[in-house]
Design a protein around this ligand. Structure first.
Ligand SMILES: C[S@@+](CC[C@H](N)C(=O)[O-])C[C@H]1O[C@@H](n2cnc3c(N)ncnc32)[C@H](O)[C@@H]1O
Length: 288
């Protein structure tokens, strides 16, 4: 368990979900699959940032950049900006920098390894900051918000994005004759939420206390993807939920999970009804 988890009595769950228990490679794959399948929010939220920014940002920091999906979206949206991918994990930064190099963006992107639970790095100032599924991982998010407020240039903008709930894969109503119990994912998500997965407060008040003027927006995000990719993401995600909930969830729910993760007719790979959903909320916080 991490220091943050001990502090709040729960384990982390970012949009990779419970990734305190995932290897770096597995987390990076989860984040990449999420962006491939549900990435429309990246286009919409970066466009929102562009609309709200006082002037085209010359400097951007992706706070908790992970595998770099936000870094790439920001680089596409703001072709003249220099972007810093900031993360505490050297492995994640490696992934992010590789991904940007593959897109020929290495000249515009730099990595900065920093643990924001210690302090905001003094050199890191910017016109635009982007914190997607990362703020809730910090031990003291309000301190970080105040530090980001200080580090933003006058007129600067901080965009915070969070998942409204863990990603879902199954239709709300299982097809007739299915042995998978109805309501499975909602029940599992509720249990994981009580264990701290993807938990965060409504950020508006905290951002305002840090000095920002805040507006909020919803990004309803349903993936359009191939059944193969949906099954791949589902297998990683439901598999991790299954390990986290072994012995805790109701036996009927665990049995349904086994069917989905097995290789029989109900398995993820043999279903034609997968629908990946991962709705998000964004906060745009402006420094006057
Ligand atoms: C769930 S991932 C989100 C990654 C990316 N923003 C995205 O949306 O795909 C959270 C990231 O925040 C980073 N992180 C967590 N705590 C941090 C801290 N104290 N300082 C810096 N980065 C941190 C993790 O290493 C991880 O890469």
């Amino acid at each position: 368990m991490t220091a943050h988890a001990q502090h709040h009595g729960h384990s982390h769950g970012g949009h990779g979900g419970g990734h305190a228990h995932a290897s770096g490679a597995e987390l990076a794959e989860t984040l990449d699959l999420d962006a491939r399948i549900l990435g429309s929010y990246l286009d919409e939220a970066t466009a929102w940032a562009g609309d709200l920014a006082v002037k085209a940002p010359a400097s951007i920091i992706d706070v908790g950049a992970g595998s770099g999906v936000g870094t790439l979206a920001l680089a596409r949206r703001f072709p003249d900006a220099h972007i810093t991918a900031l993360d505490k994990s050297a492995e994640m930064l490696d992934n992010a920098l590789k991904a940007t190099a593959e897109q020929g963006l290495d000249g515009r992107v730099a990595g900065l390894q920093a643990d924001l639970d210690e302090a905001w790095p003094a050199s890191a100032t910017a016109d635009l900051m982007w914190a997607s599924s990362s703020l809730h991982e910090l031990t003291d998010p309000e301190r970080a918000m105040a530090e980001m407020f200080e580090a933003l240039n006058p007129g600067g903008l901080l965009i915070v994005v969070e998942m409204d709930s863990l990603p879902s894969f199954l239709p709300e109503t299982p097809p007739e004759g299915s042995a998978v119990v109805p309501g499975l994912e909602s029940r599992l998500h509720a249990t994981l939420a009580s264990n701290g997965w993807n938990q965060y407060p409504e950020w508006t008040a905290g951002l305002e206390r840090a000095g920002f003027a805040v507006e909020r927006r919803h990004f309803p995000t349903t993936g359009s993807t191939t059944p193969e990719l949906a099954a791949r993401y589902g297998r990683i995600f439901l598999g991790r939920m299954g390990s986290a909930l072994a012995g805790t969830a109701a036996p009927a729910d665990l049995a349904s999970l086994e069917l989905l993760l097995g290789d029989g007719p109900e398995s993820l790979e043999r279903r034609s009804d997968l629908e990946v959903r991962g709705h998000r909320t964004g906060w745009a916080a402006r420094k006057a």
